[in-house]
Write a protein that binds this ligand. Sequence first.
Ligand code: XMP
Length: 319
Amino acid sequence: EWSMAAYRDQKIADIRAQVGDGRVICGLSGGVDSAVAAVLIHEAIGEQLTCVFVDHGLMRSQEADQVVSLFRGHYNIPLVHVRAEELFLSGLAGVSDPEAKRKFIGKTFIEVFEAEAKKIGGADFLAQGTLYPDVIESVSFTGGPSVTIKSHHNVGGLPERMNMQLVEPLRELFKDEVRELGVELGLPPAFVGRHPFPGPGLAIRIPGEVSKEKCDILRKADLIYLEEIRNAGLYDAIWQAFAVLLPVRTVGVMGDARTYDYVCALRAVTSVDGMTADVYPFTSDFLSRVATRIVNEVQGINRVVYDYTSKPPGTIEWE
Ligand code: XMP
């Protein structure tokens, strides 16, 4: 009979067989997939694994610290935390095209990762938290000709350049199965249940040019939105929810003063694998509460709108 516990044991055996006494390096993204992959591999080969967390400064509020303390404190897994916010933000200055942002972030991520791998003396294997839908999406976009809608940078390039073999223990799994495996491995359910977060992070939730100031504004709005979603008990019913900071300023009024600030768009969808998605139907009370809190509490935003587009024709992210 199939069970997640048996699957875990099988994967541990597979990883041991593949890796032998080789050394493995794993890039943590801050997300669930790479964390589950890392913990699984750590169970299999212990100290032969080193994790590298390239912190591009484009994470949500407190997220980087949570990942670092989870790995260092809870699991005692060797983790290199590379603080590279300035490198990424300075390189993103003046870049507004979505694919150009992704390319820069992907390339810089690889460079930083490579440099860290060298510092720790290299490795024979590269571990990645690639899921089954990533495998399919990187082959072709379903339901149409083979066109690249968005280049997800977490799959290609690195192993060839670094002359390493891939270890991808989640390749057969869907997101819900990865979560189940994470719980099986003892990861906190709240961590495992976190919504997916794209590799390029907040950079693709700020259409147009990215700056530290905009990232900080967006982090505050996003935190309020997610806090309200959790308080309403809706977090687990939603596949992804996040705020987007639009590159548009509109006129508003606060007290008796005129304001001229950014617009924030809220997105929330249900989905099984991210390939198609439906809009989450919040009540108007809920949306009003979030809009009021964001405009009152976040300096720089004076208007909030809700995105009512399903996928297709929209995509989940705005870029
Ligand atoms: P879209 O916007 O294509 O998103 O409907 C589908 C799923 O993919 C995530 N996404 C990304 N993940 N790098 C990633 O690692 C990316 O460049 C990227 N773009 C979108 C998105 O968050 C959603 O879960």
